[in-house]
Unconditional design. Structure first.
Lengths: 280, 278
């Protein structure tokens, strides 16, 4: 298999139609009143919100901007409003600073210098807000996670990945960019570097140590059962780099599943209880 | 028996595990088929239950032919004077814990027969061997609308099935399917290939809609022995398509491309040996 940009090219009209149908179908089957989404102003959440609005109509979509003091970004706030004006969905802002401070204060072992643990609190606090609003309004939570970050485990467990459906989760980041441009997400948003906004100046590609253009091709190879050395050779990359990506992908499987349990019963949750996901 | 018959394809989406709803959907399409005086209508693989039933397969299974759903659809076939092929989960009558992925054929005189899917995909998103026992027979049904063979979905990847059905005399092969969108280009190629290499009419009817994140691509079609698509349904969504097929066309195509005449049966022995030694 050839790992090239061409291999990641989407049939955009078909992709858009099918993803919109997927969202509409799930909302219909669950009898939900619409969708709630996090809107950070980054490309993933912006694409998810735009797509969901195109699928369900602007009156059925509530986007929550959930900024906090430490990672506050005026440009991101500006972009959320720009997107809302363009697509017409309802945008609400909930500043979660006080929620976070209450958590920090209440947890005896809280360490402000452990930025990863502190950052995870932010992601989980956002999840709580999303689900609260969704529960109140009988809406589903639509996630904005993409395939690159999900495969790499680059998300907070039960945090930013938490959703009822995630329409972008089978698209790599570079594919989300294609989709974003196609459905009309403003180019300023698409051009911004990705960040989970867990601590100041956090940039995804810095943390991952690799650009998405390269990462997506490595992940595509791994998806297609290619060996690390095959991928490294084809992309002219150090083997160590590719092996590092593979290790990270494999070791984050626990984040993508229900909690592991010991098999004790006839059928076990997460193992061999196989039920349809969608209600009939 | 007339050389010309009208074949209808009821491309539908299902509500998983809701046999009542799915039967209603089939009834509406049967009414549509009767309006155009169709002789036979086919519905997709597992159209009675939906495809992604998973562990619910055990509660949804029924015996064939002596189950309530077969009886219900049999009655419709008798009342409407039409042949109907549909898919369901069959509970084996002898060993009731054994299930099959089955296509049932009923007609104006009642139950005609069944075909149990021989090749059960268990790769990628497919888990059929988790639930079903494969079939071992490839019956050809002699009916008032011609000699009909049936296969199901993944069977189309195996040319042996259509070869056997055509050698047994089938002139119309109906392939009922639950094919997800990522497989579309394979099926579009293979269904035409099966029709051409056996000089038969091939009616392919596929599920539509979305189940558990799987988009079924629809695209149901009736293919002539020459490989031409003579009628086709929309992609992805519920639809209905039909065509008049003329069995006399088969001999015209056979004269031009006599694949069955030129078969080399001795190769089949080698095929078996090589396959067993894989």
């Amino acid at each position: 298999m050839l790992l090239t940009k061409e291999a990641l090219k989407l049939n955009l009209p078909l992709t858009t139609t099918r993803l919109k149908r997927f969202i509409r179908d799930y909302v219909k089957k669950t009898k939900a009143q619409g969708a709630v989404l996090n809107l950070s102003g980054g490309i993933d959440s912006s694409t998810a919100v735009a797509l969901t609005t195109l699928a369900l109509g602007k009156n059925k979509v509530l986007a929550l901007s959930l900024p906090e003091k430490e990672t506050h970004s005026p440009i991101d706030i500006k972009h959320t409003k720009m997107l809302s004006r363009k697509f017409g969905f309802h945008l609400e802002t909930i500043d979660i600073t006080k929620i976070l401070q209450a958590y920090y204060k209440a947890i005896p072992a809280f360490d402000p210098n452990d930025r990863l643990c502190k950052g995870n609190v932010k992601a989980r606090a956002r999840m709580i807000c999303l689900y609260y609003c969704a529960n109140r309004q009988n809406k589903i939570v639509v996630g904005g996670s993409d395939k690159s970050e999900t495969m790499m485990g680059y998300f907070t467990k039960w945090g930013d990945v938490a959703a009822d459906i995630s329409p972008l989760m089978d698209l790599y980041k570079t594919q989300v960019r294609q989709l974003a441009a196609y459905i009309g997400v403003p180019s300023e948003i698409i051009a911004k570097p990705s960040t989970p906004q867990l601590w100041p100046k956090q940039l995804a590609e810095d943390e991952l140590g690799i650009t998405y253009e390269i990462l997506d091709l490595i992940l595509l190879g791994l998806e297609n059962f290619m060996a690390a050395n095959e991928i490294a050779e084809q992309l002219n990359l150090p083997l160590k780099l590719v092996e590092g990506v593979k290790t990270r992908w494999l070791s984050s499987e626990h984040k993508r599943r229900m909690p592991l349990t010991m098999k004790m019963g006839y059928r076990t949750i997460g193992a061999d209880f196989r039920l349809p996901y969608t209600p009939s | 028996m007339s050389d010309k018959i009208t074949v209808a394809l009821g491309q539908m989406s299902c509500r998983v595990a809701d046999k009542k709803h799915n039967t209603q959907t089939m009834k509406k399409k049967i009414t549509q088929a009767k309006r155009i005086k169709a002789d036979i209508i086919a519905f997709p693989e597992l159209s009675l239950t939906g495809y992604v039933a998973r562990d619910r397969a055990y509660e949804l299974a029924e015996p064939v032919p002596n189950g309530p759903s077969v009886h219900e659809i049999e009655k419709i076939a008798k009342d409407e004077g039409i042949h109907i092929i549909f898919g369901m989960i069959e509970r084996n009558a002898k060993a009731t814990t054994i299930l099959h992925n089955t296509a049932v054929l009923v007609g104006p005189k009642g139950y005609v027969g069944k075909y149990r899917k021989m090749h059960l995909p268990t790769h990628s998103v497919f888990e059929e061997k988790q639930y079903f026992r494969p079939g071992y027979q490839t019956p050809v049904f002699e009916t008032e609308v011609g000699k009909i063979g049936i296969m199901i979905c993944y069977d189309v990847y195996f040319p042996e099935i259509t070869r056997l059905l055509s050698l047994k005399g089938a002139k119309l092969i109906v392939c009922i399917s639950a094919s997800p969108s990522v497989r579309r280009r394979f099926f579009e190629t293979l269904t035409a290939a099966r029709a051409i290499e056996n000089t038969v009419f091939l009616a392919f009817v596929n599920l539509a809609g979305v189940e558990d994140g799987l988009q079924f691509w629809g695209g149901s079609r009736i293919i002539a022995p020459s490989g031409s698509v003579i009628s086709e349904a929309k992609y992805d969504v519920d639809d209905f398509t039909s065509a008049i097929i003329d069995y006399a066309d088969i001999s015209r195509v056979q004269a031009w491309a006599p694949a069955l005449r030129d078969l080399r049966p001795e190769i089949f022995t080698s095929l078996r040996e090589e396959a067993e030694n894989l």
